[in-house]
Design a protein around this ligand. Structure first.
Ligand SMILES: Cc1cc2nc3c(=O)[nH]c(=O)nc-3n(C[C@H](O)[C@H](O)[C@H](O)COP(=O)(O)OP(=O)(O)OC[C@H]3O[C@@H](n4cnc5c(N)ncnc54)[C@H](O)[C@@H]3O)c2cc1C
Length: 466
């Protein structure tokens, strides 16, 4: 979303903090992570204040595509390589608990528009990779998944861009904004005090009671949770510097009628395996699509044109669709791709770095930290191998953008190569069929000729008048 644009009018406006306050837990940041953390802490009996610098969910949390996937933004095989099989499986189980939490919490919310299933499509023809992913995620980690061959994928997505896919029947999607609003309402009814327009400008984490400063008040608490994503800023510049801020752009088309329903038959979310395009059909016949990313904040209208071209390149039958709305949201990416969850020093906690896959992982992180602070659950230590690594400052942003561009062009080239190979295979097959058809026809003609010759000889032997 453009920073200047407003959250919709039906979102209740909450007052800023203008008086000093004492609570058990202070959560900084009112996105998905902070809201889940605050809600779960209040449910366990803590007094909680949530301080939000702007309005609840104004950034990525209300502007994502609402796809709830299992696992993390990094492949299961990378996790195993980093932390070993047993810990990787435990992390995967935690992430699944996050997805289950979102489903259970969202399902009763009016207008949540819950729908089922997601397809991770590959635009390269790499069947071996598919089999190894099915083995790790399906058999080793117990995630319900199916491998789909290219023919099946192309029955539901009319494009030659995609080859095989992994189908996640238990993944689902929700309306992100409704979920954020619902979480905030649940948190307030559980007793959380939410203050908007209340940026935290500094914290003093020394001592048993921590102090949190805002422009017009100060707050004292036993535990502080930093859930500000890459916008955190002043309260911990060093923590902020461990995240690469990344803006992702999304657009919603005008209604596209029956052509869309013939072209995109699959009704869940579609995500390509390189994390470049992500889309689904909403409101019956509109496409919700997110794609380009930048490490600086760009104008969503400009990137809407890029989305328009990506739709046309993926589904030529749709042509240049009309875009009704476009926006962006920023998320923080860690160097290792895993979220930052844990205790930085006694009573100071971090809950951040959820990247492109924040719905299940913020839910997992919020629940986990609430249990850690209030019930001594120490499974947050599973995240310790993923240290707080400096993301490289402005050089990191340039490198991040270069890597993103390289990934996109590399992936486009790999996709083009796979399609070229597929067409070459088809041409080769067609030539093979033609050759066989020619041989069969020559054989048939030879056999007819032989039959004619033998009939003629037969007639000759019988002589004239026979
Ligand atoms: C276009 C797009 C599509 C996406 N699609 C999906 C998807 O389909 N599925 C999925 O799982 N994920 C998706 N994501 C990622 C997901 O939205 C994020 O990972 C998630 O919202 C991060 O939540 P958060 O609470 O950490 O951060 P945020 O939403 O950024 O919330 C942090 C909040 O903290 C506040 N804050 C920061 N500093 C301070 C301070 N000093 N004082 C007070 N308040 C402060 C900010 O104002 C902000 O409101 C998408 C993201 C984008 C941008």
């Amino acid at each position: 979303m453009d920073e200047s644009s407003e959250i919709s009018a039906d979102m209740p406006v909450r007052q800023g903090l203008t008086f000093d306050l004492d609570v058990d837990i202070c959560v900084i940041g009112g996105g998905l992570a902070g809201l889940t953390m605050a809600l779960e802490s209040a449910r366990q009996g803590a007094s909680v204040a949530l301080l939000e610098g702007r309005t609840i969910g104004w950034n990525a949390s209300s502007h994502n595509l609402g796809t709830v996937m299992p696992g993390f933004g990094v492949p299961a095989s990378d996790l195993i390589e980093r932390v070993g099989f047993e810990d990787a499986r435990e992390l995967w189980t935690l992430a699944q608990e996050g997805a289950d939490y979102v489903r259970a919490t969202a399902a009763p919310m009016p207008g949540i528009a819950l729908s089922e299933g997601a397809l991770e499509v590959s635009h390269v023809d790499a069947g071996d990779e598919l089999i190894s992913q099915l083995q790790t995620m399906g058999e080793d980690f117990g995630t319900e998944i199916e491998g789909w061959q290219a023919d099946r994928v192309r029955e539901v997505l009319k494009t030659d861009r995609y080859f095989h896919a992994i189908h996640f029947p238990k993944a689902f999607q929700i309306d992100a904004r409704t979920y954020v609003r619902g979480l905030a309402a649940l948190a307030e009814s559980a007793g959380v005090r939410i203050f908007e327009d209340t940026p935290v400008v500094s914290i003093d984490p020394a001592g048993i009671r921590k102090r949190v400063f805002t422009p017009s008040a100060k707050l004292r608490c036993d535990s502080v949770v930093l859930a500000g994503n890459a916008h955190l800023g002043a309260p911990s510049q060093r923590l902020t510097a461990t995240l690469l801020p990344t803006w992702r752009y999304a657009a919603l088309t005008e209604p596209l009628g029956t052509q869309l329903l013939h072209t995109v038959v699959f009704r869940g979310s579609v995500i390509d395996s390189h994390g470049i395009d992500h889309f689904r059909v909403v409101d019956g016949d509109r496409l919700l699509w997110s794609s380009p990313e930048t490490t600086w904040q760009g104008d969503p209208r400009r990137y809407a044109k890029r989305i328009q071209s990506r739709i046309a390149a993926t589904f030529p039958e749709l042509g240049l669709v009309t875009i009704a709305d476009s926006w962006n949201g920023m998320f923080g990416q860690t160097v290792h791709g895993m979220p930052q969850i844990g205790e930085l020093q006694p009573g100071l906690w971090v809950l951040s770095g959820f990247g492109r896959q924040g719905l299940n992982t913020t839910a997992m992180g919020g629940q986990l930290l609430a249990r850690s602070i209030l019930a001594g659950d120490d499974r947050w230590r599973l995240f310790s191998p993923f240290e707080l690594v400096w993301a490289g400052g402005s050089a990191g942003r340039i490198a991040g953008q270069a890597i993103d561009m390289w990934t996109r062009s590399h992936s486009a080239a790999a996709g083009a190569l796979s399609r070229f190979r597929e067409r070459a295979r088809e041409r080769e097959l067609a030539r093979e069929y033609a050759r066989e058809a020619r041989i069969a026809s020559a054989k048939a003609q030879a056999s007819i000729a032989r039959q004619h010759a033998s009939a003629a000889m037969h007639d000759e032997r019988r002589g004239p008048g026979a």
